[in-house]
Each structure stands twice: as C-alpha cells, then as structure tokens.
Design a protein around this ligand. Structure first.
Ligand SMILES: *Cc1c(COP(=O)(O)O)cnc(C)c1O
Length: 375
C-alpha cells in the first residue's frame, strides 16, 4: 500500500494564527509556564464553557489527577464512574485515595447508565465522575438531580467533547470540576495539554497549588502538602488560543463527516450501529465509532481487513473491570458490564481526522461493504 493511499485515523488542523502567537512567545521570550497566553487561554476556555475558573495543566490525565486530589478523599470514600472509559479516570481516583465503583454505559450514546448510578450510591459515595463519551453529552438533567439529592461532587471528563451541548449548555460547565485534554487527537489540541475548569473557589485554589508543587505563597520552598509539576507552557497556550478560534470549524467538520458516513452506510444497509445524538444533545462526534451489530465477526477481524486497504482504525476502550492492572488490585468485584464488553469486542472507530473529505469517506464505506459482502 502506497503511503499516499493510506487514510489515517486522525489528523489535527493547525490554525494559521498559531504561528503568529507562537512567534510572539519566542520574540518576547515568554516561552515557559507563565505569560499572557496562558492567562488568556485559561480565561477563554473557562468562559466558553461557562465555568468560573480554568487551571491549565500538562495533559488530560494530570487534570483528572489534580481534580481528584483536591477533593480530599478519605480511605473508603467511593467515586462512581463508567466502566467504559480511559484508564486515567480510574487511576486518578485510586491515586487520590478513593475507591472507583463502576457502572455500565448505554448502547447508543456510550455514556454512563443513570439507573445503575442510582443503585450504587451509598453513605460512602463522595463523588460522581461522568465522561461525555465520543463527543456525546451524558444525561445531564438526571445527573444534576442525583448529585444535588445526594450531595455528591460532580466531576466531568469532557476530554472528547469540547463544545458539545446539553440543552444549549456546553459540557464542562455543569460540574464542580471538569477535565479536558488537548492531546493531538482531541477537538482542540496544544500538542499535549489539559485543563481543569472549576466552579468552586476553594477547589480552584487547591488545584492551582497542586499544579505547582504546592508552593506556599507565604514562604518559598515550604510545603505542607505533596504537589506536582503539571504546568503548561505559554507556547502551548498560544496554540490553544488559536485552536479555540477554530473550534467552530472543527465541530462542523466532525458533524458533517459523521452525517455523511451515516447517510452512506445506512443506504448500504450494513449491520452496523452508527453514531447518533439524543434530542436534547448536540454531539461533537469526536471519532466515528461503529459497532458490528450482529456479531458475525469481531472488531479485530474488521480492523485487519481494513488495514489491507490502507484504512487505519482504532479499537474502543477495554472496560476498567477487564484491565489486568486493576484486576490485580482486586478493587472490583467480579461484576459484568455487558454493554462495555460488547463495545470493546465489536466496536472500533474509522478515520475521523479533521482533514477527512467526502471522497475518502466514500472509499472507506465502499471497502466496508466489500468486507461484509465477501465474508
Ligand atoms: C484522551 C482522554 C483523556 C486523557 O487525556 P491525555 O491528555 O491523553 O492524558 C482522559 N479522558 C478521556 C475520556 C480521554 O479521551
């Protein structure tokens, strides 16, 4: 397969203004972890998501780490979270001294199952971690009423859902804290990067301190708590601002490509479950994820076939309850999460980069059809 024929799973778009802002950082010699772009980036992103404060950090994983660390979890404190997600969610809770408690997800939106959340709440439950999965907002009305009724902290992981909306309100502004990633495959990228948004002044202050080695303002090099160096640079923030300026375009590309894929695949009548959005939600369709509905073969088979034609794919998450490293720690009872297991085994995502076009999508769909026809 010639390289030019290959279709990558993900390609970022770099805004023109990135070069200008970056040049300004270099010309002004503000290249490290303070400067006007950092402050502006935090303010702009918080205000876009209708949150009070933003604390920029090195990546989405460190955002989750300082977010949970700020909650002061005590041994035995439980945090309910989805089984279908990235491992950073579980490790952040464990490292902060909490116990992750899992719930399954819905087969259509892939977001966490609300009925199961309600069943898992008890006197030890301290917080709820929700993940807006693959660009689709979680079920926010039910979630807000659960956290209010039970006085739980709400943490949002919106790493895949920049700009997604639930009833005209953007994700990232609902929780006490919300975590974003700006990795290369996300809707906004700074190369590597992340941010915690906060609606709680006390937690904001704590997270700012945790990000910077828990320095005390009263006395330099005097520490009463363990902190981290999770500082983002002014240069990354400069790129981030240019990305916010282009987010509307990125969202439009993701949505248009998803609807175009859906239209073609629906016409072909392939046995695939396709991305959708619920009535009250506006998804940003982070990646075009599909599930082989009749289980005639699994996602590994389909991925291998697509690779033969130069089409790159990625598997979906493996459930937290199936992660060897977490199993070894015996945190979870031998529970089953059938939807998560179905998605891991029969799901994958197709090329969804910001440089994808209709010609490439048509080619991908034709090859998909050929694979199903020839099986
Ligand atoms: C990407 C991602 C993260 C982690 O972000 P990094 O910047 O790669 O550390 C966290 N949560 C979700 C849901 C993600 O998709």
């Amino acid at each position: 397969m010639k390289d030019s024929k290959k279709i990558q799973v993900c390609e970022p778009l770099i805004a023109k203004s990135a070069k200008k802002y970056l040049k300004d950082c270099i010309d002004s010699e503000w290249i490290s972890s303070s400067g006007k772009y950092l402050e502006t980036f935090e303010k702009k992103w918080a205000s876009y998501c209708c949150a009070k404060d933003g604390i920029a950090v090195t990546n989405g994983t460190s955002a989750l780490q300082v977010a949970f660390k700020s909650l002061d979890l005590k041994p035995g404190d439980e945090v309910i979270m989805p089984s279908f997600t990235i491992i950073s969610c579980a490790t952040a809770i464990i490292e902060a001294g909490g116990k992750p408690v899992l719930v399954d997800c819905y087969p259509d939106t892939w977001c966490l199952n609300i009925e199961q959340v309600e069943r898992k709440i008890n006197s030890r439950t301290k917080a709820l971690l929700i993940v807006h999965m693959f660009g689709h907002p979680a079920d926010m009305d039910s979630i807000m009423s659960i956290v209010r009724k039970n006085k739980l902290f709400l943490i949002e992981d919106a790493a895949e859902s920049h700009g997604a909306m639930y009833k005209k309100k953007r994700v990232g502004g609902f929780g006490d804290l919300s975590c974003f990633s700006f990795y290369a495959n996300k809707l906004i990228t700074t190369g590597e990067g992340g941010m915690v948004l906060s609606n709680n002044k006390k937690l904001t202050k704590k997270i700012r301190s945790l990000r910077n080695l828990s320095f005390k303002s009263e006395r330099r090099f005097y520490h009463t708590e363990i902190g981290y160096n999770y500082r983002l640079t002014n240069m990354q923030a400069a790129i981030g601002i240019s990305q916010i300026e282009n987010l509307k375009t990125h969202i439009k590309i993701k949505r248009d490509n998803t609807f175009f894929y859906n239209k073609i695949i629906n016409k072909m009548r392939l046995p695939l479950r396709l991305p959708m959005e619920r009535k009250e939600s506006k998804s940003v369709f982070w990646m075009y994820g599909i599930v082989i509905e009749n289980h005639q073969f699994d996602a590994v088979y389909l991925a291998n076939e697509l690779t033969k034609y130069g089409i790159e794919t990625r598997p979906l998450f493996l459930g937290m309850h199936d992660q060897p490293v977490l199993k070894k720690m015996k945190i979870f009872k031998k529970e089953k999460f059938p939807v998560t297991e179905e998605l891991s085994k029969y799901g994958l995502y197709l090329p969804s980069g910001l440089k994808l076009n209709k010609t490439k999508i048509k080619r991908i769909c034709n090859i998909l059809k050929k694979i199903f026809d020839e099986f």
